[in-house]
Design a protein around this ligand. Sequence first.
Ligand SMILES: [Zn+2]
Length: 472
Amino acid sequence: MIFMIMALFILAVVIVWIFDVHTVLHLKARTQNAGDAAALAAARWQGISLNLIGDLNILQALALSRGDTNASEQIKNVQARLCFVGPLVGLLASQQAAKNNRAYVNPDYTANLLAHADLVLSYYAADTNRFREPYSGAWPEYGGMLANIAAQGVAAGPDNTWYFTDSTDSHWLLSRNFYEAVAGLDWCWFYWHGLTTLQSYSDYQYWLDLPTAQPSPNTYNCEVFGLGLLPFTDVLPYGTNDVEHMNRLRSDRGISTDTISNEVAGMVCTWYGYAWSAWTALAPTNDFPMISDVKPEYDYTGADVVIRVEAQPDSRMPTAFPALQPFLIKASPSSGARLTQAAAVAGAVTWTAAGKPFGYLAVDGSPVRPDAYNLVLPAFHNVCLIPVDTATGSNAGAYDLAWRRHTQDHLPTYMLSGLAGLEADCWYCQQMQTWEDSAFRQQGIDWLSDTNHTCTPSEGGPGQHGGTRRGH
Ligand SMILES: [Zn+2]
């Protein structure tokens, strides 16, 4: 009888376990679908917005051609608004896409967006010297739109949101990679990013001061899914070449039958151009996570989106078993769903996905980058998912709320008072505790002095160390 009871008990545990595996895998697939769909929807709206702003550049040239200053002013105003409205429609579309794929509203994300809307309405709007309005009345309008979107519930967090108050500087303590290197004993990360710090670190006073926010940020672009544009008031950068190209696009797209005259080339006006750079320049240390070369016509960075979706598994396991869940989720190699360290503690499934609009301009039958003329022109035809590490983003990590709390609340007190300033239940603070232990650092110094020849830059890919921070 005792044997039977034991056997039945084991059987019961196995059944519950299998059921749980199924639930978690199902949830993982659902979270991934929701995140990917949301990223594609938002990136599509970035492409649409860029094409509209490009069409308006052509309409601007037509207005100048006709000498219609009234239309010219209105076009400028519409372009400035589109830089905000376009990406926000993308945010709205991404929420719909995530919800259509059965992602639930995340109360933390919703509260975060609502709080930011309040900040725009109070803080930004009150200090328009520092937060310059791209058009008059921009902040009340922008804050209102954010609040409206938040009111419908946020399911997919816009993870590469770049707040105007976020710093652009880099600091180890503001790099998630540092904490993950500590947690994963990834000594090669220290080998590549600053062996001196590992060797000569003493205590919290060793760190350079945390960077403070920029005095006056570029406020032409929306914080959420910004297009990376830069209006400039000047003559056309490529003169009559620009006019010729605009005339070609004008007739191809059926915008107007009038011709833009060459005189426009010499007229000073406000045009919308790009503040973009080479995509591959995101990772100058040769660890851009792509196996083959990026085609030159696609090698631009600027507009892209990163989405974060979280879901909580509804576990049937007794309380002793949730410890298994991170293992279960990590154990499945077929999909790249990955627990962020902070979420792993809570047992949540997190999926991050990145998307980007692609396109090119045709010059003499061959494709060139959309920013080849440094003038926004309608050039975008497609959207793709891209590896998360090849997307732009702020160090502050917009919708990784545990990380944001760490950088905003815990680090400043740590910089003042060292270990006493850390929070016991914050995963990042726990890594700081580990790092502060000189025996821990000595372990790394010893390992590297023996085996540093094994530190080779990774080509990237799911689950590897080096170039990639997240699985894709
Ligand atoms: Zn912390």
